[in-house]
Design a protein around this ligand. Sequence first.
Ligand code: G6P
Length: 302
Amino acid sequence: MNHLANARHARLTRVGELDVLEISHPRFHASLALQGAHLYRFAPAGDQNWLWLSPSARFELGRSIRGGIPICWPWFGDPARNPGPVRSQLRGSDIPAHGFARTAPWSLAGFQETAEDLTLALVLEPSVNHREHWAATARAQITFRFSPSALTLELTTENNGSGALAITQALHTYLPASGIEQTTISGLEGVTYLDTLDRWQPRNQDGPVWFRGETDRIYQAAPDMTIETGERIYRLTARGSASTVVWNPGPDKARRLSDFPDNAWTSMLCVETANAADDYRELSAGQKHTLAMTLSRERRAS
Ligand SMILES: O=P(O)(O)OC[C@H]1O[C@H](O)[C@H](O)[C@@H](O)[C@@H]1O
């Protein structure tokens, strides 16, 4: 079915090696690669991209775009650091970090547009390619809802296998920061986090989060957050999540990271709506789980 046959504000185009949906609605613009269902641009009319996109991002088959919102699924992060029930479904060697969804081809499953907003759905059906590293099976569907004031993503996992399924996952949102040292996240005060840079020790967040170099933490809650990035204020709310990953590579990891300029760590951060670590989700046969986030932006009072 051609979901775009009567679309007024969306068209399929090609960027590098990737098929990309370009959305040019009078109220907002968005760009989304079908590989990974990877949104890398969202800008209400008259505004800049709300998402950070690396100036050295590459649009290649089998390679995740550095920036935007990669979908980490059906496991998050280093496979070896995943909880037992997730690890027990993994197989083979050289298992990729963050699962396979971010480099897999998704297909368009729904499209709706009005004068105010636009909704897109994409699905990732289980395929033989996934069996290389994953013994389980599941169907993933993501819905993007764009409006002039907010961006909402809903990622639904359906266990369509016959046994139990365990997943970790994240909507790995990259945001631009005009200066990382002026950037703060509030809402996580008092929350326990695992400091992955210090033997995954649990620590307590004292006051707002700020950045002074490499930061890689799994917060064990997903409260409403306000992210102040120097010139912008974002609000992030989550559903179906009890964990939030906060990441900035800092200067040393920046040099080792693919498709990432050495100094880019000073102008971005990631706040990832997750089901990570102890917040992994177990689904019985036929069961569904939705992980969702809404991002909005506030004007600074002048
Ligand atoms: O380089 P990638 O595989 O895209 O991962 C980028 C980053 O993702 C997450 O935020 C992890 O917590 C980090 O440890 C990782 O470095």
